[in-house]
Design a protein around this ligand. Sequence first.
Ligand SMILES: NC(=O)c1ccc[n+]([C@@H]2O[C@H](COP(=O)([O-])OP(=O)(O)OC[C@H]3O[C@@H](n4cnc5c(N)ncnc54)[C@H](OP(=O)(O)O)[C@@H]3O)[C@@H](O)[C@H]2O)c1
Ligand SMILES: CC1=C(/C=C/C(C)=C/C=C/C(C)=C/CO)C(C)(C)CCC1
Length: 316
Amino acid sequence: MGVLIDFLLLTAKVVGYIIQSLVRWIKRPAEKRVTNEICLITGTASSKGLGRRFALELAQKGATLVLWDIDTDGNEKTAVQVRELGAKAYAYTCDVSQREDVYNTAERVRREAGDVTVLINNAGVVAGKPILQCSDELLERTMKTNCYAHFWTVKAFLPKMMELDHGHIVTIAGSLGLFATACVTDYCASKFAVVGFHEALSHQLKANRINGVKTTLVCPCLVDTGMFTGCRIRQELDGLLSPLKPDDCVKTAMKGILNNQPIICIPRVMYFAVVSKHLLPWDVQVLVHKFLGIDKCMHPFIRQREAKRHLVATGR
Ligand SMILES: NC(=O)c1ccc[n+]([C@@H]2O[C@H](COP(=O)([O-])OP(=O)(O)OC[C@H]3O[C@@H](n4cnc5c(N)ncnc54)[C@H](OP(=O)(O)O)[C@@H]3O)[C@@H](O)[C@H]2O)c1
Ligand SMILES: CC1=C(/C=C/C(C)=C/C=C/C(C)=C/CO)C(C)(C)CCC1
């Protein structure tokens, strides 16, 4: 009898949530304010990268920014741009793949900037070589930067958010965290892992009734930041995978984050790619990848990376 009542309650709640989502989809609720938030973003140095753009968007909305990157000069430039918008910025040189560096820098942030209430784990790398050509160190670097770093930052900042029952953890994963393609095994492994981490953490917060700490998983497709330059599908179908403009990608992601959306796939068609991956038999997926040219989409990217490495090695 108990289980029947629970089931009826569950059904009523599910219908309620579906109606709520439909209403939210049609009439977007007001975005939450970030004026009193201290927002930490990792990977903020790159001039064309998503991290710097997230920082500038949040600065425009009046947040205080804490910026982490291994590239000190680029990160300082981001801090200057944030301050030009009238917001406070604290820039730290931190290698997020190194546990001790994360914990020590987190301690400095608490002393100098205050308690972080929005954490955007954005820093990411890709080996840019097929697995058999990757050194063990290169593979480990991808896992540490794209996945382990999220463990360390969450361990450093989530306890305070839980105590306040207020905060937001944002994971910048990518569509390659939801479906895989050939030649980026290290990247897909790290992104699938971090999607699992993010989902488990989100469930854990709900199970413990920590309702004030929100989570958002951001999964953009290809973005024109330079990270995946060259990646393309079959020429005749080029339009299907035109790179997103970094600004558009970040603006869409920001809207979802400030609406406390749990997952954001950009563009929306990627939701279908994810669903169809789970519905189609494996052999059919292989055929579809071959037809669309997804099986070879990383070849030009890898060739460009090789050419770049050659130029660096020969000092040209
Ligand atoms: N671009 C895309 O097509 C795309 C699509 C979906 C998802 N994403 C994800 O979005 C995020 C941002 O990517 P992006 O395209 O903006 O790349 P990006 O321009 O290369 O920016 C990444 C930033 O992270 C920094 N970084 C790398 N390793 C780090 C470390 N160990 N500690 C601290 N900082 C580190 C990089 O510094 P250096 O430049 O000095 O290495 C760079 O400033 C990544 O997680 C990426 O996987 C990208
Ligand atoms: C699966 C799939 C497609 C290919 C997507 C690819 C190849 C995405 C690459 C994303 C990258 C490089 C992300 C970096 O994190 C397209 C859009 C052709 C059609 C719909 C199904």
